[in-house]
Ligand binder design. Sequence first.
Ligand code: EPU
Length: 268
Amino acid sequence: MFQPHSAEQLAALAVRAREQEVPLKVLGRGANVLVSDDGFDGVVVRLDHASFRRVERRGSQVDVGAGVDLMPFARACSALGLSGLECMAGIPSTIGGAIRMNAGGRSGEFGNVVKNVRVLRPEGDTETWSKERCGFGYRHCELGDNIVLSAQLELVEDDPAKVRLAFEESFAQKRDSQPLGDRSAGCIFKNPVGRSAGALIDQAGLKGAQWGAARVSERHANFIVARRGATASDVLHLIDLIRERVRSAFSTELEVEIDIWRPMGVRR
Ligand code: EPU
């Protein structure tokens, strides 16, 4: 695990990893990631140094570092009457992770507020990518192996009381419908077009289904909750079971949303 102090240090590492063909992954707050029980045989980078956590506001524009925590940042913007991030309530991510996954939900996605993104290329130089070039889609962007360093966001100035209320309402809605207090990787599957994976898993009768110490959440069936002692293998077994049951009940193929980190050559 490498915690660089500067973009220059990170660039040197990225170049070396590329030269030696060592895989490199950036870990945000761990949401949307499942690490294999066999670990990951590469370099894991955390951008938690102050140099990756800068925030600067100019009117409705905010420059924000990749290592900034999304939730407190979104809440602070809302309290200042900067609208656009209310739907980020309850998402345990960094800014870099939110960009990489185009985090969001039914009421909006992170990509909507992005003006441009500064990235470090695996070759060690930096580039600024416009929102269009980032190609944001449903839990998707086109950044590939480039590492997010920071982003320029375009928010909308509005009444602070109104924006803060919208943020808190969105948070309350997620707290009511999702197991935010439990350990999970967030929604496990993408929603098939026009449908909810959670509703399908629920209708397949899988709420509460268990494998080892992993369990399909009773609150929202698209979450797998890891109780004490749970292994990645428990979660992967449940994933297979869910896909099988949903396939046979609804002839629908569920696509995994989370990023599964495993050593090279290991399938699970
Ligand atoms: N539902 C059930 N049973 C369940 C879960 C959901 O019947 O166990 C029903 C709900 O009652 C509702 C419908 O399914 O009628 C949709 O549920 P919800 O509003 O919770 O939305 P979702 O489609 O399941 C999506 C995102 C979430 C995001 C929420 C809220 C995906 C895969 N999920 O969930 O994102 O928080 O909207 O905006 O796109 C994530 O991606 O990690 C994630 C949590």
